[in-house]
Design a protein around this ligand. Structure first.
Ligand code: PLP
Length: 465
């Protein structure tokens, strides 16, 4: 008997039915509260980091074993074609050497100038295709501190089977980020500015996802990096970096600016699939729950402090659960126990053997605000490049590593023009805007301002059912 190619996904908490790629994509979180991971990690196709093929072909080769026959033929090619259509750089994610042996992987050439465009652009096409195949509609709700919402609005705007509700904290996203969300004119997007902070937005999203009336009326999901499809969609650029490094790729260390640990977990996944690399470093700002967990074994949720790298002001990185599951030898009972306790108490102590295992998989360092600002200045004066504060966190951590052992690659996650205040504070001038960020101010904005209550939010979501 020939088995059809249908890769499946299991929950990190072990109590959900297996689903295929489309099921994981449309569900977001597993029903038991866990996160989906592949039941079996596929191997990267032979020589994927070698020569030949363009960046979109390489992305398709990396993603194809995750999808198998779960989506109609042609879906993946249409998804990866969006990378070449929508990205402003021929290489999509170019690798540039900024000092001998020190590289930046530029992930900000997409339509909203942050790395989240890369996966989101593809996920939107894959989701629309999955919904056509099952003749369904989907309501996506997402909270954002700026970049996720902008990338989602650009990716999902105009989709026929998807409605998108984005909640951002009123007055707390940068003007560029707000304009990117509110000026597209897409009829299937509802922007809500919540009188509150990011935590209020996230609380509202959780309340919406649980609301019985809404659930009865609509299929609901979310598009942050708990969604497996978004994580998978970030694996290809590690392979493209390896290809650009050539013979040295196996000695490379990747330094990933980290908030929810999605981008870093994608790097972990690339290595798990066989991509050669020497190390993986998660670099946080002063919101360092992950660093403390690996150092002390205590994983504790404290209130996030505002920093210049706003997209990394995360106090409980959601994808840490995936790393714990994998590092524990896929112990779903242990993972469920730990993260149910964490949800209840906001604090857990990791068993010693688990902490040791986690430290074998990834290292984590935190970078202060002063170091971030100094790195922006240093990269400008020494390398002639203006970088965003998130990139600065990674590049600062990267400089601490020994580069005689092999190349060090810092992921550059946003264009500096998205964060002009932080750049101007460090350099005394504002970064130049690339063409795709120009002209936003002239467009008319559409958003509704709501109170941080479920009633207020529900009243504002006036979508056809
Ligand atoms: C979201 C974001 C990050 C953090 O990515 P995670 O996957 O949440 O760790 C880093 N930099 C920028 C610019 C971002 O938008």
């Amino acid at each position: 008997m020939v088995l059809s190619s249908l890769p499946t996904y299991i929950s990190t908490r072990g109590a959900s039915p297996e689903v295929d790629f489309a099921g994981a994509l449309l569900a977001g979180v597993a029903p038991d509260g866990g996160l989906y991971v592949p039941r079996v990690w596929p191997r990267l196709p032979e020589n994927v980091a070698g020569q030949g093929g363009d960046a979109t072909a390489q992305a398709a080769a990396v993603l194809s074993p995750f999808i198998g026959e779960a989506l109609p033929a042609g879906a993946l090619d249409r998804a990866t074609a969006r990378l070449s259509d929508q990205f402003a750089h021929r290489d999509i994610a170019p690798l540039v050497e900024v000092a001998p042996g020190l590289f930046m992987l530029e992930l900000f050439h997409g339509p909203t100038a942050a790395f989240k465009d890369y996966a989101m652009q593809m996920v939107a096409v894959l989701a629309e295709t999955a919904l056509s195949a099952s003749d369904e509609r989907l309501l996506l709700v997402t909270a954002t501190s700026g970049d996720t919402g902008a990338a989602a609005v650009r990716a999902f705007g105009g989709m026929e089977r998807i409605d998108l509700v984005v909640l951002h904290p009123l007055g707390r996203v940068s003007p560029v980020q707000r304009l990117q969300m509110t000026t597209t004119g897409a009829a299937n997007v509802v922007n809500l500015a919540v009188r509150g902070d990011f935590d209020d937005c996230q609380r509202m999203v959780k309340a919406l996802l649980k609301d019985p009336e809404l659930r009865a009326a609509r299929r609901l999901s979310s598009v942050n990096s708990i969604n497996w499809a978004r994580l998978a969609g970030q694996i290809p650029y590690y392979a493209s970096a390896a290809r650009a490094l050539g013979a040295e790729a196996g000695q490379a260390t990747y330094v990933v600016p980290t908030g929810n640990f999605g981008d870093a977990f994608a790097g972990w996944g690339a290595r798990r699939m066989g991509l050669p690399m020497a190390g993986l470093v998660a670099a946080t700002n002063c919101n360092d729950a992950l660093v403390r967990a690996l150092e002390t074994g205590v994983y504790e949720q404290v209130r996030a402090r505002p920093t210049a790298s706003v997209s990394m002001d995360v106090q409980a990185p959601s994808n840490f659960e995936r790393l714990v599951f994998e590092a524990s030898g896929r112990d779903a009972d242990l993972t469920r126990g730990l993260f149910e306790d964490f949800a209840r108490d906001g604090r857990i102590t990791l068993p010693d053997d688990l902490r040791t295992a986690l430290r074998r998989e990834v290292s984590a360092v935190s970078v202060s605000e002063a170091e971030t600002a100094r790195e922006i200045t240093r990269t400008w004066t020494e390398c002639g490049r203006v970088i965003c504060p998130h990139t600065a966190v990674a590049l600062h951590a990267a400089r601490r590593l020994d580069r005689t052992a092999g190349p060090v690659v810092a992921l550059s996650t946003a264009h500096p023009a998205k964060f002009p205040e932080a750049v101007e504070a460090a350099l005394g001038f504002a970064p130049e805007r690339p063409p795709r960020l120009e002209g936003l101010e002239g467009l008319s904005e559409r958003f509704k301002t709501v109170d941080p209550t479920l009633e207020s939010v529900l009243a504002a979501i006036d979508l056809p059912r």
